[in-house]
Ligand binder design. Structure first.
Ligand code: ADP
Length: 573
């Protein structure tokens, strides 16, 4: 039944009572946690407007009970007994105060605590404003008491049904909280979300989540502050119960006076009951958490002796909740596994970078010495064959120096510990400079080198040295892989909130297959003509890393035999 239908049922009850009693206002409140919440107001529209949904702390009602006169089931608090400084909850009728001894005072309180068969307080019925404007005399009190007694069963039944519906509504809300768990939440976060939601949603005093982890260990989170609801020795006993529950697709209930699950012997059940009793727990609802054939853990929900028993609707809700939590746990496990693999891969990657960096550093000095001496040696006069050897040494060391520089650059732009310190950089200026530097090289290769640059600045936000390296590498490649007679063009332009750097050539082009691996470290083309040019296969990997750490993108358009265009897009400064 929806809460609207319950409200209507309470309203009818309140109106029925009002017809039989000589009062102008009748109010029904239901106990929710530690507040009385008004669920129906019959009689005055002003009172209904003011009171419906209003909450009064239970403690306040207890204060009033302590000073009330009791007339059978009714409690009466005359205005003169109330603390004049206390906050006024509720609605005060707009009537004149009178000096007559038995006149009804606007602050007079007349109410009936609604208690169930077990003596538990469930709600309250209040009456206000007698038509006679007199405090009830002995005869009226008797009549009122009788009328209230007659209405009590119907009132209590409605209260019970309403609180059950309310619990189901809360349980559904708990399921929604669990369903909202993202697939990358770690297990302890899941416990943080699940435990408060289920404790509130199922009106449980304590909640424990235990997972049967892949390595056999078990973890516990408690919503009550107690680490464990059952000691280790009992947990092993009960684990069988949970797994059985998942196989049978049911929940299970343990506690004193409750038929124990068939899998437990009488002694085991008694041991568990006694332990729960010592914690003040009357019943423990065991909800298996699982996915597919596997039981991944268990959720235990505790209620105290004063709490209502677990209804079958609640148990069904709890079982479905267990499936949702099971799914979240399975996600968390695979996410956890993925994260461990990623962390391991990162470690391997960091180790590889470290080895490369160390090697490159160690090679740099001796290589520099060889290159320097080879350079010096060329100044002397030698026989032709010695000179040829010296030239070969010079060329070889120059290549090795290039490789070492590339390795060091790659490791620098890959190092997560060396973040960018960006500043506005004019890409048009960098492109013009790169063209100037490489003009002679292009001419000697028989190429036309063109620039296509605007008058305005093309400002990217980045590191000038790294962006300079991007221009130099792209232009260097275009010149290297374009045969004589070709044209190479470098351009830069603003494009909305981006800047675009492009390098176009009419050279060898790159096959589709090669394009897929172009930005990998050490990748060199499978095309024999391209491979005949010396290179390290690191130039584009460096460009790619630099663009990535500038939060940009790089793409290539190319056709074998026709030429290539590399485009770099970066955020505009
Ligand atoms: P390297 O030029 O040192 O080999 P790069 O990483 O700069 O290394 O380039 C990788 C490969 O991509 C090159 O070996 C070449 O085959 C191909 N390549 C790069 N730029 C071009 C281009 N403009 N035209 C044709 N092929 C290119």
């Amino acid at each position: 039944m929806s809460s609207r239908l319950f409200r209507e049922a309470f309203q009818l009850l309140a109106e029925g009572l009002l017809q039989r009693m000589d009062f102008e206002v009748c109010v029904i409140s239901a106990l929710r946690d530690d507040h009385m919440v008004v669920v129906a107001v019959a009689g005055s529209d002003a009172a209904r407007e003011r009171l419906l949904g209003a909450r009064t702390p239970l403690a306040r009602m207890e204060d009033e009970l302590a000073i009330a006169e009791t007339w059978g089931s009714l409690c009466f608090v005359p205005a003169e007994r109330l603390d004049p400084d206390a906050e006024v909850f509720g609605w005060v009728p707009d009537i004149e105060e009178s000096d007559e001894a038995d006149a009804w005072h606007p602050l007079d309180l007349l109410f009936v605590p609604l208690r169930d068969a077990a003596g538990q307080l469930r709600g309250m019925l209040s009456l206000d404003l007698p038509r006679s404007r007199r405090r009830p005399d002995a005869q009226t009190r008797e009549f009122l008491d009788e009328a209230v007694r007659q209405a009590m069963p119907a009132l209590l039944m409605s209260m019970e049904q309403e609180s059950l519906a309310e619990r189901v509504r809360l349980a559904t809300a708990a399921r929604e909280a669990v369903r909202g768990i993202a697939s990358d939440e770690p297990i302890d976060r899941i416990a943080d979300i699940v435990l408060p939601a289920v404790m509130h949603g199922f009106g449980a005093e304590g909640a424990w989540l235990r997972t049967f982890d892949e390595d056999g260990s078990q973890s516990i989170w408690s919503g009550l502050g107690t680490g464990e609801v059952l000691p280790q020795s009992l947990v092993h006993l009960v684990e069988g119960v949970y797994r059985e529950c998942w196989n049978e697709q049911v929940t299970s209930l343990v506690g004193a006076g409750i038929e124990p699950p068939a899998i437990l012997t009488d002694e085991q059940a008694t041991e568990i009951d006694e332990h729960l009793c010592s914690l003040g727990i009357a019943s423990l609802l065991c909800v298996p958490l699982g996915l597919g054939n596997e039981c991944l853990g268990v959720l235990s929900l505790a209620r105290r002796p004063d709490d209502p028993p677990w209804s079958s609707v609640e148990r069904d809700e709890a079982f479905d909740l267990g499936k949702d939590i099971g799914r979240a746990l399975a996600n968390a496990r695979s996410y956890d596994r993925e994260q461990r693999i990623i962390a391991r891969l990162r470690e391997v990657d960091a180790y590889k970078s470290q080895v490369i960096r160390t090697l490159a550093h160690e090679l740099r000095n001796p290589l520099g010495a060889v290159a320097g001496h080879a350079e010096l040696a060329t100044r002397a006069t030698y026989a032709d064959d010695v000179r040829r050897s010296l030239d070969a040494i010079r060329i070889g060391t120059a290549r090795m120096e290039g490789l070492v520089e590339d390795l060091l650059m790659l490791s620098a732009v890959t190092d997560p510990g060396a973040p960018l310190s960006p500043e506005p950089v004019d890409l048009a200026g960098l492109a013009a400079e790169a063209a100037l530097v490489q003009q002679a090289l292009a001419e000697s290769a028989g190429l036309v080198l063109e620039t296509d640059l605007p008058d305005e600045a093309v400002l990217a936000l980045g590191d000038p040295d790294e962006l300079d390296r991007v221009c130099a590498n792209l232009l260097g490649n275009a010149i290297k892989y374009t045969p004589a007679g070709g044209i190479v063009t470098i351009s830069a332009r603003n494009a909305g909130d981006e800047v675009v750097l492009q390098c176009t050539d009419t050279g060898l082009g790159i096959s589709e297959e090669d394009q897929k691996r172009l930005f990998e470290e050490f990748f060199r083309s499978t095309d024999p003509e391209a491979a005949s040019h010396p290179g390290t296969g690191l130039g584009l990997a460096i460009v790619h890393r630099i663009v990535e750490r500038h939060r940009g993108s790089i793409g290539v358009e190319s056709k074998l035999g026709q030429g290539s265009t590399f485009s770099v897009r970066l955020p505009r400064a």
